[in-house]
Ligand binder design. Structure first.
Ligand SMILES: [Zn+2]
Length: 323
C-alpha cells in the first residue's frame, strides 16, 4: 500500500508519498497555479497521482487531500476556502473531480484535521486516547483524537479552536475571521504583531523596538530574537501568548478531559518562552482532575499536514480492506 498525501495551500501544494511503514518515499512541492483555473489544478494533482500509480504499479494507491477551510469530508467538497484563489468554482467537489481524473477516490478533509492524524501516528505513535492538537501560525487551527479515532464532527468542521472565544464578542480584539474575541485574535500572528506594536510604542528604546525599527516589514520572529536577548518587553509578549493559549486549552480540557495536547506550527517554536505562563493557567484551574495528568508537548515536524494526509489515506484504505 502506498499513501499519497496532498497538502493544498494558497501558495504551495505539497505531495508526500509514503509506504505502510511510515517512510516517505517521495516528496514534492509545487507552486499553486491559478492560471488554468480549478480544472488545471485537478490536472496537476491528478497527473501526480497517475505517475505514482505507474511507478508503484504492483501496489494499491490510497490518496488523501488536506485543504484549509470548510470541508465536507463525507462528500469530499471544499465548501469555503479564503486562501485558495480559484474564482471559477464554489462548493468545489474535489473528491468527485479527482476520482473522475484518476479513477481513485481520495479522502478529502480539513488540513489541520489530517495534520492531527499525522501527529497522532507519527509523533505520538498512537499513544494517548484523547488528544488535542493545536496548530499555531497565522491562523490557529486544530483537531482532536477521541477514543483513538480522528474526530471530525457532524459536518467536518470540528476543532476550530482558533475561533472559540476567550474575550467579549463585541469589544474583544478583531480576528482574521471578522469576529471579535477569538483565541486566534490573541495568539495568531496578527494578534502577536498587535502586541509587538503596542510594546514598541510603550518603550521605543527596548531591544524589541530596535529590531522592529531595523525591519519595518517585521515578522513575529523579532519577538523571538528579542526574547533570546532577554528583552523584558519581548518576554512579556510570549508570557501573554502562553496565558491566552492556556485559557483556550483549559476550556478544551474542561470539555474533553484529554490526556495529551500537542502544539504544532511555526509559533510553537517559541514554546520555551510561552510554556511557563501556559502551565500556570492550567495549574490554577479550580477543577483539578483534567489538568493533573495533562501532558502538553510540541511537534517538530514541519510537514505534518502532508505526512498526516498520506498516513490517513493508508489507514482508511486498510480499514476498507478489513471490512
Ligand atoms: Zn475568529
Amino acid at each position: 500500500m502506498i499513501g499519497i498525501g496532498v497538502d493544498v495551500g494558497g501558495t504551495f501544494v505539497k505531495f508526500f508519498v509514503m509506504n505502510e511503514r511510515g517512510e516517505i518515499v517521495r516528496q514534492e512541492k509545487m507552486e499553486t497555479d491559478y492560471s488554468k483555473g480549478s480544472a488545471g489544478f485537478i490536472a496537476t494533482v491528478g497527473d501526480f497521482i497517475k505517475n505514482i500509480r505507474q511507478e508503484f504499479s504492483d501496489q494499491e494507491i490510497a490518496v488523501a487531500v488536506g485543504a484549509p477551510g470548510d470541508v465536507d469530508h463525507e462528500k469530499g467538497i471544499l465548501r469555503y476556502n479564503p486562501n485558495l484563489k480559484f474564482t471559477d468554482v464554489a462548493d468545489w467537489p474535489l473528491a468527485d473531480q479527482l476520482e473522475k481524473y484518476t479513477s481513485i477516490r481520495p479522502v478529502v478533509a480539513n488540513d489541520a484535521t489530517l495534520a492531527t492524524w499525522g501527529v497522532y501516528e507519527s509523533d505520538l505513535k498512537r499513544q494517548g486516547t484523547n488528544v488535542l492538537v493545536v496548530t499555531l501560525g497565522t491562523g490557529v487551527g486544530g483537531g482532536m483524537i477521541i477514543n483513538k479515532e480522528l474526530y471530525q464532527g457532524s459536518h467536518g468542521t470540528a476543532g476550530e479552536i482558533g475561533h472559540t472565544k476567550i474575550a467579549d464578542v463585541t469589544s474583544g480584539p478583531v480576528c482574521g475571521c471578522g469576529a471579535h474575541g477569538c483565541l486566534e485574535a490573541f495568539i495568531g500572528t496578527i494578534g502577536i504583531k498587535r502586541r509587538i506594536l503596542a510594546a514598541v510604542e510603550a518603550n521605543p528604546t527596548s531591544i524589541l523596538a530596535q529590531l522592529v525599527k531595523e525591519n519595518p516589514n517585521f515578522k513575529i520572529e523579532v519577538a523571538f530574537r528579542a526574547a533570546e536577548q532577554g528583552c523584558p518587553e519581548a518576554l512579556k509578549i510570549w508570557e501573554d501568548t502562553g496565558h491566552y493559549l492556556g485559557i483556550g486549552i483549559a476550556n478544551f480540557a474542561l470539555i474533553l478531559d484529554m490526556d495529551t495536547v500537542v502544539l504544532t506550527g511555526g509559533v510553537s517554536g517559541a514554546a520555551r518562552y510561552f510554556m511557563p505562563a501556559l502551565r500556570q493557567v492550567l495549574s490554577n484551574q479550580q477543577i483539578k482532575t483534567p489538568f493533573n495528568h495533562l501532558t502538553v508537548i510540541t511537534s517538530k515536524n514541519p510537514n505534518i499536514g502532508g505526512v498526516g494526509a498520506a498516513m490517513y489515506a493508508i489507514n482508511q484504505a486498510l480499514r476498507k480492506q478489513i471490512k
